[in-house]
Design a binder for this molecule. Sequence first.
Ligand code: MG
Ligand code: MG
Length: 258
Amino acid sequence: MVKLKTDEEIAILKENAVLVSKTLAEVGKKVAPGVTTMELDRLAETFIRDHGAVPGFLGYGGFPYTLCLSVNDVVVHGFPSDYRLVEGDIISVDCGTIFKGFYGDSAYTFPVGEVSAETAKLLEVTKESLERGIKMAVAGNRLGDIGHAVQSYIESFGYSAVREMVGHGIGRNMHESPEVPNYGNAGQGKKLLEGMTICIEPMINMGTRNIYLHENGWAISTSDGKYSAHFEKMVAIRKDHAEVLTDYDYIEGKKSYN
Ligand code: MG
Ligand code: MG
């Protein structure tokens, strides 16, 4: 069952999305060679609680941390650890909140120091594929329009989209209907309705789309060991446009906050 949201509910989801965006910005400022991923997790939890919210991932399905921190070939759901970031790494930071009874959920992949041109291209193309998916998130279009926009763009660079993990509806639950795949056929799938709120989150691999699950039952990596990037925004479906709730301007230093 897809739960359509009222404008009041979408406003609360936006408050969550903005807090997640600011948390990602705080984490991004600290991403550097020598920093442990656990330090990033600690600062995110403190920042979220200082703003009167609760970490959305902590305890969700038994997940033990505030952030999913996925380095290099880890696609998603990496555990924070004592691993020290190294120049040339990339780290996907996926963050959730609970505030006023609703969830927030967004992600951004940061380069650690200077990365290779090949790696920088993966980040740029994955982020752009998210924007292309978002452009299709308008009432009357179909889920396949979003997936097709992402897939066709990234495949033109020789990359592949992970299929086992998908985007999702979001509201009082972190994962609601519908599923939002990063592949698909234009004009097919469920129709997008005004008031739907979804997370679009391309997980894009430099090489094969195949993945494997780590022994901890959470982290997922590429089968070939090549890098994977992940960007995620919350979007409300409107009659003639996609209303983007997540704001990367905080992360990219185009907007200040406290
Ligand atoms: Mg998500
Ligand atoms: Mg997420």
